[in-house]
Design a protein around this ligand. Structure first.
Ligand code: IVH
Length: 698
């Protein structure tokens, strides 16, 4: 395999496309058919290769990139929606030659010699696509793109977007029509969102597209409603009757029905015309107020689009002419060293603020010491930074002509900012390249790692303590009030003088202190799985924590087992090893963590503050105990996660695909192939209401 550094732009684009397809196929086999065909290590290697190519060519990050799929699984929280007409993606053009080839291919295919072809050239909005189904003019369902065949049902969330009409206006709409377009966030709204996040001590969004994707995929549509999402319509899927004969006419109808269509679309008749629109938009893109990452050229006549059809997942009648990544020059003021939870030191460029394509950039990633040395980046240099697609801004290189004698090569620190020593470890990437990672060996003796641990501890999926954002946590840590998780639960017992000080702290009045104490008190009782996950042991993520919780049943048993594992007790290690999906990495990490006396003492002090609930053991005396259940289609009265948890509590096994072994299929609106298979196999199929009735007494 070619090293990533040797790939040309078009080779990279091609490989990213292959990787997207390959990984999507593996995901389908793994998650929907429960039949993976590659090992986890092979799968991870493909994902790493994908990430490395994307890091080098950020502007080639695809909309269906495996790196943008959370946990790779089609989310459990939203019901799947099979698109009536697949949501295609677009082939890319990077040069004028690519555009000429595109037009030539079309001429050849249609058998046209000199006859003019009209094209539309539309800005390629950098957001995420959505498909919205209208029946008799009413919005009935909305979905994300997903893998193009199956998306996620985000109807409630899409309904909150003001630019998506609930009822179509105007006339001439088919009784059934799927309107497609892009959900995005404008620059000004993005800046306001990040300013609010910063004020609240919350994590900042990397860019508008990330913010839009995160906002649309909220479990609680109330949260989506407060986000400034917008929508441009530019395409359609299933229609009960054709409603236009050209792209232009279709866009006019979409506008008439109440949608925003982009005002910068143009119609042209040749390559020169296309390139002129491209250059115009490239020059004007920073002033548009939202991100675009290229121009989409489409054959205007819909009958010709039909004749041209698609090859694989891309239409022959359209292409995306991509802009190069947006770049800017600015001064490198300093290099900050950030310490991660596992002690890895990551250099971050502190920049003189500069606007890149409408977004103000102050920080950029420098990856690692190798990268700084390879590019010979020095503090005080003028650097070129770039921002593209879905990644954090990067330092591309140095403007050497601007360098003066004061700029000396950067000495990567050999001690952690906490002053403890570091070691260099060499880690192999999937491409076979060695990267050097410098890690602080201090673990919990390192205040930076301690803060990262605390951040993890209070995070949403762990103890979920609202009101303890990053800023508050760092403040309380620096004032020595919270040095370890147990301290959080002792906060309210501070003497009156300290409490007064807490109230006087910047911005925290009486009410917010009371709210914080309430939030903390509410978490004093905690599930065993969250307790285990909250400890932040390496390799013990949420799923592993759940497995351990179920396996050991209660906190005392878990801690006793960990002590034995730490002491090298073979039967205890074998017991752990026998648990589902648990292997060497987890055992090693658990041993390393619990052997350290200060870690064990820290866990004990925390445990003494809490009421850790026993893990619920699945029931054996319910109507569904021992049965295998599959949920398909939309659930209306509970989320997928809730439905699954409830079924498991009542002793059922929840599977993702239908087979002879399935006992019950719960089918909601939009159920597709799984329902069909269930009917063919003669399985028991029920509605959500029937299911809820059945489990009500469980
Ligand atoms: S047309 C069959 N038009 O780009 C073609 N797509 O890389 C369907 N996009 O999935 C897409 N602006 O999310 C089209 N004016 C535009 C677009 C656009 C942004 C996105 C869309 C699509 C992706 C393909």
């Amino acid at each position: 395999m070619k090293p990533v550094t040797d790939l040309s732009e078009s080779e990279a684009a091609r490989e990213l496309q292959q990787l997207a397809q390959e990984l999507a196929a593996h995901d389908r086999r793994y998650f929907r058919q429960d039949a993976p065909s590659v090992s986890d290590a092979e799968y991870d290697a493909l994902k790493r290769r994908n990430a490395e190519i994307e890091a080098r060519f950020p502007h080639l990050v695809r909309e269906d990139s495996p790196s943008l799929r959370i946990g790779a699984a089609p989310s459990e929280s939203f019901a799947p929606v099979a698109h009536g007409v697949p949501m295609l993606s677009l082939d890319n053009a990077f040069s004028a030659e690519d555009v000429e080839d595109f037009v030539k291919r079309i001429r050849r295919f249609l058998g046209l010699d000199e006859a003019p072809i009209i094209f539309t050239a539309e800005p390629k909005i950098d957001g995420l696509s959505a498909s919205i189904l209208y029946e008799n003019g009413r919005l009935v369902r909305g979905a994300t793109r997903g893998d193009g065949q199956v998306g996620e049902d985000v109807t409630a969330n899409l309904r909150t977007i003001a630019e998506i009409p609930d009822r179509l206006s105007g006339a001439g709409w088919p009784s059934r029509v799927e309107v497609r377009g892009e959900v995005y966030i404008a620059h000004a709204d993005f800046a306001a969102m990040n300013a609010a996040a910063e004020a609240g001590g919350d994590k900042l969004y990397a860019n508008p597209r990330n913010a839009a994707a995160g906002s649309l995929r909220q479990i609680d549509a109330g949260v989506t409603a407060r986000r400034p999402l917008k929508f441009f319509a530019y395409a359609w899927g299933e229609v009960s009757t054709p409603f236009a004969s050209s792209q232009k006419e279709a866009l006019e109808h979409l506008a008439d029905w109440g949608f925003q269509v982009n005002p910068h679309s143009r119609r042209v008749t040749d390559v020169d015309g296309l390139l002129e629109v491209y250059r115009g938009l490239e020059n004007g893109r920073a002033g548009l107020g939202y991100d675009i990452d290229g121009v989409v050229y489409k054959v205007d006549r819909l009958d010709w689009q039909g004749r041209l059809g698609a090859v694989g997942r891309v239409p022959r009648w359209a292409i995306a002419h991509k802009f190069p990544a947006e770049q800017a020059r600015t001064k490198l003021l300093d290099i900050d060293i950030q310490v991660g939870r596992t002690g890895a030191l990551t250099p971050v460029a502190k920049l003189a603020p500069v606007t890149v394509g409408g977004v103000v950039v102050k920080n950029a990633t420098l990856h690692n010491a190798d990268e700084i040395a390879r590019k010979d980046i020095r503090i005080g240099d003028t650097v070129i930074i770039q921002r593209a697609g879905d990644v954090i801004p990067q330092v591309v290189g140095v403007v050497e002509s601007d360098r003066n004698d004061a700029c000396v090569p950067y000495d990567f620190p050999t001690v952690c900012p906490c002053a403890l020593k570091t070691v260099v470890t060499s880690e192999t990437t999937s491409a076979g390249a060695e990267t050097v990672v410098r890690r602080c060996t201090g673990e919990l003796a390192c205040p930076f790692q301690k803060i990262e641990h605390l951040k993890h501890f209070v995070s949403r999926r762990a103890f979920d303590i609202e009101g303890l954002g990053e800023k508050q946590l760092i403040g309380l840590f620096e004032d020595q009030w919270i040095r370890e998780p147990a301290d959080i639960f002792r906060l309210a017992q501070k003497d009156a003088v300290s409490l007064k000080k807490l109230k006087d702290r910047e911005g925290s009045g009486d009410t917010s202190v009371r709210n914080l104490f309430d939030a903390i008190e509410a978490r004093r009782t905690i599930s065993l799985a969250r307790f285990i996950f909250g400890l932040g042991v390496r390799h013990i993520g949420e799923t592993t924590a759940q497995t351990l919780a179920r396996g050991y049943g209660n906190a005392s048993a878990f801690l006793a087992a960990m002590d034995l594992v730490a002491a090298g007790d073979a039967p205890a290690q074998a017991e752990l090893d026998a648990m589902d999906q648990i292997g060497g990495a987890v055992i090693e990490a658990a041993q390393a963590f619990f052997t350290e006396p200060h870690n064990r003492a820290m866990v004990q002090r925390l445990f003494d503050e809490l009421h850790v609930q026993d893990a619920e053991q699945p029931k054996t005396d319910t109507a569904i105990a021992g049965k295998t259940v599959v949920f398909t289609g939309a659930l209306e009265r509970m989320t997928r996660d809730e439905a699954k948890a409830q079924a498991e509590r009542l002793g059922a096994k929840v599977a993702s695909s239908v087979s002879k072994k399935t006992d019950i299929v719960v089918a909601g609106p939009g159920a597709g192939s799984k329902l069909k298979t269930a009917t063919e196999l003669g399985l028991r199929v029920m509605t959500e209401a029937e299911w809820l009735d059945m489990v009500a007494d469980g």
